[in-house]
Design a protein around this ligand. Structure first.
Ligand code: NOJ
Length: 788
């Protein structure tokens, strides 16, 4: 069953059945102001920090779904009938009204046809502004003139999530509203200087600033009294729930189109007036939208592919890149799942996100890398979750809002946690990210830049990297394998003083990458030390972790091995077996068998399971994973983020058919027609898909903000298509299905436009890697014939 389709020409996903099983979201905004919006216009806006600077309110995990939102209603003043342009919140009978949602790159369009009126509402956040435009058009397709009203409505938040949802004595009675000159101002009086506005470029016929005056008691957004009556009540009040509601009464002739623009933004009444003026002409609105489109065109142009797989093309050319960019811009804490309780940067997530979209967003990746360098301690571990502003000397320190009743705020120094809260993998991801950044941009000078450590002192980028590698070299257990500490990549494998195979493999990878960087920058004197470290890791891994048919996952504190052939549960794990190969540590038969074990024990039609069989009995020595229901999340679900690791592993071994089979199984676009099972949006990777040990096998959950996106993009472009930057040029090393005749790629590398054409006349899965030096790239045409 399908609910929509990909419009690749316009780079949009079109939902033509609005009654999808769960919210299908999109992200508006490309800088610090953003909105998460569903296919039914439900969602919320934030600016900077989704926890402490919420603009509009959201009732997460609510009933009905996705309320409230950024809604536009229409009313026929001849008989009082009304509807919303998005199907919800009014929810007209789908046999009488038709609805379409187009989710595009940082914009969403809702369209409705009802009783001869075609209406559309386009939402987007202009580049460089802290406001959201609601561009509404109404067309009369009927034979007679109509008298209609349009209403724009949103509910303001009490700004800080914690006090928006609890202890209203310090928020509700300190939030007020006023109206002047067509602008509604919501003043979060308790939090000095915190204002938001809602305005329009037309002169409104009516307004309401108080939510309950617009909605009415014992009503919802589905039947607001203001719309039902057709007259707003000019409400404003100090100390209540505030909203933005503006209306306009108009007559529309047959065939006529009218346009109305609402603006929701950050700032006070004056800021609202300025923005109203700025967008007073429709050409200014169109220009802002065109600029947004141009911004995305420049991004997607960094790599466009044409392969025999239409789904791969759809994902790489638009949706997978878009999702990866969204992660690196908004980090992980603004979605319908993460609704604001946590904020800042997760160390490992950010380090991985920043590795994956350097071609399209070098600036943001660099910014993230710097933030992570500053979030590193001088002992070489990263702060697991931290606010980057605290450690940025260029950001003036402002005293955060302190409510009289809220818990005392911790001092920044208390954010430097100790070893017991350290995740053993966190900082290791940063080393290859920095190498990738240098390979893509050629910015070697970056390595000598100095940055502070979170706990004091400073060092160059290279020194930070060395500290990371030394930390893991020291933090090893009895067997010589890295300690698991609080968790490794898997939040739910909590080995503490036990040992993690995954982390040792990651350590090996990071050392190997670092040696490559030392070679490139001529620092030969440091190489022997790291070669020795690498050899030691290799010996320990091969000695302790090989189980005969695959690699184990770790060793508990009491010395019990996890993930062995003798285990009945958690027998085979994806992380260790994929990373044994991705890291380059496993060779020959061990490497091949590790990948075969992934295929035999973990692969399924919806993707690769994280471990199998899933755990059924709590075992605190292994960790929280044993307390998650079977087949869900880290306990035997198809956890999406590590799936691409298996594609890389298969590709490294030259198994192109297998890599593509793995790729296809998880590919959201390929599940477009199976939404009765998948449920979630088919244009975004989800954090996980229920595994075969669960009754809802195949159901995807937690879309958008997941490391799956970056890794899927990185693995497919760098290892399946095999186009990888190198310090002195570009490598073309595809590993593709034997059936492919070849493929074409347009790629921008260090400012040069390249057209790469790969042909596969002998129908092999992998040929010899071809290296193009920077000088070879000058012609712009790269032609590769795959040869055994
Ligand atoms: C989600 C977390 O954000 C990420 O850091 C972690 O690696 C995965 N869960 C797996 O546990």
């Amino acid at each position: 069953m399908r609910y929509g389709y990909f419009d690749n020409e316009r780079k949009e996903y079109v939902i033509d059945r609005p009654d999808v099983p769960v919210s299908w979201t999109n992200y508006l905004g490309t800088e610090d102001t953003g909105t998460v919006i569903s296919h039914n216009a439900g969602g919320y806006m934030f600016s900077g920090d989704p926890e402490t600077h919420r603009v509009t309110r959201f009732r997460p995990n609510g009933v009905p779904l996705d309320r409230p939102g950024h809604y536009v209603y229409l009313r026929d003043n001849a008989d009082g009938d009304y509807w919303s342009i998005s199907w919800q919140p009014v929810g007209k009978d789908l046999s009488k009204a038709s609805y379409i949602t187009r989710h595009g790159l940082s914009y969403s369009v809702f369209e409705c046809d009802y009783r001869d009126i075609h209406a559309s509402q386009k939402l987007f956040i202009p580049r460089g502004r802290k406001c959201e435009i609601w561009d509404v058009t109404v067309k009369n397709n009927g034979p007679a003139a109509r008298k209609l009203s349009v209403f724009g409505y949103c509910e303001f938040s009490f700004n800080i999530i914690e006090i928006d949802n609890q202890n209203f004595q310090m928020s509700m009675y300190c939030s007020g509203s006023r109206y002047a000159d067509g602008v509604i101002e919501c003043d979060n009086f308790y939090n000095p200087g915190m204002y938001h506005y809602f305005t329009s470029t037309f002169e409104p016929s009516g307004y309401d600033c108080v939510r309950d005056s617009f909605i009415g008691v014992y009503r919802t957004e589905s039947n607001p009294v203001g719309v039902e009556k057709g007259v707003l009540s000019s409400s404003t009040e100090l100390g209540n729930n505030q909203c933005g509601a503006l209306s306009c009464d108009f007559t529309i002739s047959p065939g006529e189109t009218k346009r109305f623009v609402f603006i929701l933004g950050v700032g006070d009444l004056m800021a609202g007036k300025a923005e109203k003026k700025l967008f007073s002409s429709m050409s200014a609105v169109d220009k802002a939208f065109d600029e947004l489109c141009a911004y995305w065109k420049a991004k997607t142009d960094t790599m466009q592919v044409k392969t025999p797989s239409a789904d791969l093309d759809t994902m790489l050319n638009t949706w997978n890149l878009y999702q990866s960019e969204t992660n690196v811009v908004f980090s992980r804490f603004a979605s319908f799942i993460e609704v604001g309780g946590r904020t800042g940067l997760g160390y490992r997530d950010t380090a991985q996100d920043a590795m994956c979209v350097v071609p399209s967003n070098p600036g943001q990746c660099r910014k993230r890398i710097i933030q992570l360098l500053r979030g590193l301690t001088s002992s070489g571990y990263g702060l697991h979750l931290f606010s980057p502003e605290v450690f940025d000397p260029d950001i003036p320190k402002v005293e955060p809002f302190k409510s009289p009743t809220v818990k005392p705020m911790p001092e920044p120094s208390s954010m430097v946690h100790g070893l017991k809260d350290t995740c053993s993998d966190d900082a290791l991801w940063l080393v290859p990210s920095i190498c990738e950044f240098v390979r893509e941009t050629g910015d070697v000078a970056f390595l000598d830049r100095k940055f502070g450590y979170a706990d004091g002192g400073e060092g160059t980028v290279l020194e930070h990297m060395e500290k990371i590698l030394e930390f893991s070299a020291k933090q090893v257990g009895k067997s010589g394998i890295c300690l698991g500490l609080r968790a490794d990549w898997n939040d739910c494998i909590n080995l503490g003083g036990g040992e993690s195979a995954l982390v040792s493999f990651l350590h090996y990878w990071a050392i190997d990458e670092f040696i490559g960087l030392l070679e490139h920058t001529g620092r030969q004197d440091r190489i022997p030390h790291f070669e020795e470290m690498k050899a030691k890791v290799r010996q320990a891994c091969e000695r302790e972790l090989w189980d005969g048919e695959w690699y184990i996952r770790g060793i508990t504190k009491s010395g019990r091995k996890i993930g062995t052939s003798a285990d009945e549960e958690g027998k085979v794990h994806l992380e260790s077996n994929s990373w044994a190969v991705c890291s380059g540590l496993a060779q020959g038969e061990h490497a091949r068998k590790a990948v075969e074990a992934i295929d035999k024990y973990l692969y399924g039609e919806w993707g690769i399971h994280l471990n199998a069989p899933s755990y059924s009995k709590p075992d605190d020595e292994i960790g929280f994973v044993t307390r998650v229901y079977r087949g869900i999340k880290e306990n035997g679900a198809i956890f999406s983020h590590p799936n691409p690791w298996a594609w890389v592993a298969a590709a490294k071994l030259g198994m192109g058919d297998l890599a593509m089979r793995f790729y296809n199984s998880l590919c959201p676009a390929r599940q477009n027609d199976r939404i009765e099972v998948r449920q979630s949006e088919p244009y975004a990777y989800c954090q996980f898909v229920m595994g075969r040990d669960h009754t809802a096998y195949g159901r995807a959950r937690h879309p958008w903000l997941t490391g799956s996106a970056g890794w899927a993009y990185f693995a497919a472009t760098h290892y399946i298509l095999g186009i990888r930057p190198d310090y002195d040029g570009l490598v073309v090393d595809p590993c593709i299905p034997a059936s492919w005749d070849g493929f074409e790629v347009d790629r921008i590398f260090r400012g040069k436009k390249l057209h790469i054409s790969v042909s596969n006349p002998e129908h092999i899965q992998k040929g010899k890697p071809v290296f193009f030096s920077t000088a070879d790239l000058d012609s712009g045409e790269l032609s590769v014939v795959m040869k055994p």
